[in-house]
Design a protein around this ligand. Structure first.
Ligand SMILES: Nc1ncnc2c1ncn2[C@@H]1O[C@H](COP(=O)(O)OP(=O)(O)OP(=O)(O)O)[C@@H](O)[C@H]1O
Ligand SMILES: [Mg+2]
Length: 238
């Protein structure tokens, strides 16, 4: 987790100015899609405009949740089965929401989060084949109203994503999720696209095979538009 606080102001500045509370953007997509890269570029662009930007990630993002992240990504929770794994993800998310995300939004910051509940829906719900009612209940309790204003789904052919992830990692060993089969990653890609089709108000899909700068320009434009539309809605309700 890192904080970019160019001026330490409590109100939103730059493109985010005029919003009555913070703005919450999540980035989703498969391994190596470019989530971390795009979050860094958007954070820089928004901070340059004077917004307070909080960059965070899942699983993790708060001290309690980072401890759970280690258990999850090392594979130590795998023998406990997918239900227990989903509960651990939910516990980490709940801590992250209450300790980091909600306070930041309350201060008026723009929060950029690397993976959020859509990853749980896809990884545990779809490819973990958990009961959808159980997953929906877990999600509701965990986020407790902290719904993303915008979700950017970076869409990539899993083979290309995994190639990038392996190239970046070098000699380090793959984590628990990178090790799974390409077929599994393809099902996840479809599941992310399915979420975008069901929730077009919140989700935007971007072709992540493009060069990073082209994607960054699209992300900035989409974020700007989403903030403008929230600002207009807020103005009507004042
Ligand atoms: N649009 C792009 N085109 C080519 N390479 C890219 C692009 N975006 C990112 N990369 C490179 O691919 C690798 C993975 O990118 P990044 O870490 O941003 O992806 P990620 O979605 O965060 O991956 P992970 O799910 O493993 O965290 C990095 O080496 C990065 O420099
Ligand atoms: Mg990443």
């Amino acid at each position: 987790m890192s904080f970019v606080r160019p001026h330490g102001r409590a109100t939103l500045q730059g493109w985010a100015s005029g919003l009555t509370r913070g703005f919450f953007i999540t980035f989703e997509g498969g391994e190596g899609a470019g989530k971390s890269t795009q979050i860094r570029l958007l954070a820089e662009a928004l901070a340059a405009e004077g917004s307070e930007v909080v960059v965070t990630r899942e699983p993790g993002g708060s001290p309690g949740a980072e401890a759970v992240r280690h258990v999850l990504l090392s594979g130590a929770a795998e023998p406990l089965g997918p239900t227990m794994e989903a509960i651990l993800f939910a516990a980490a998310r709940s801590d992250h929401v209450e300790q980091v995300i909600r306070p930041a939004l309350g201060r008026g910051a723009v929060v950029l989060c690397d993976r959020f509940f859509d990853s749980s829906r896809v990884y545990q719900g779809v490819t973990g084949e958990l009961d959808s009612n159980f997953m929906a209940a877990l999600e509701r309790v965990t986020i407790n109203g902290a719904m993303p204003d915008l979700t950017i789904i970076l869409d990539i052919d899993p083979q290309e994503g995994l190639r990038r992830a392996v190239a970046r990692r070098g000699e380090e060993s793959a984590d628990r999720f990178e090790k799974e089969t390409v077929d599994m990653h393809r099902r996840r890609r479809e599941a992310f696209l399915d979420i975008a089709r069901r929730e077009p108000e919140r989700c935007v899909v971007i072709d992540a095979s493009l060069p990073p700068e082209e994607i960054a320009a699209q992300v900035l434009e989409i974020a700007r538009r989403a903030m403008n539309s929230r600002r207009e809605k807020d103005a009507k309700h004042v």
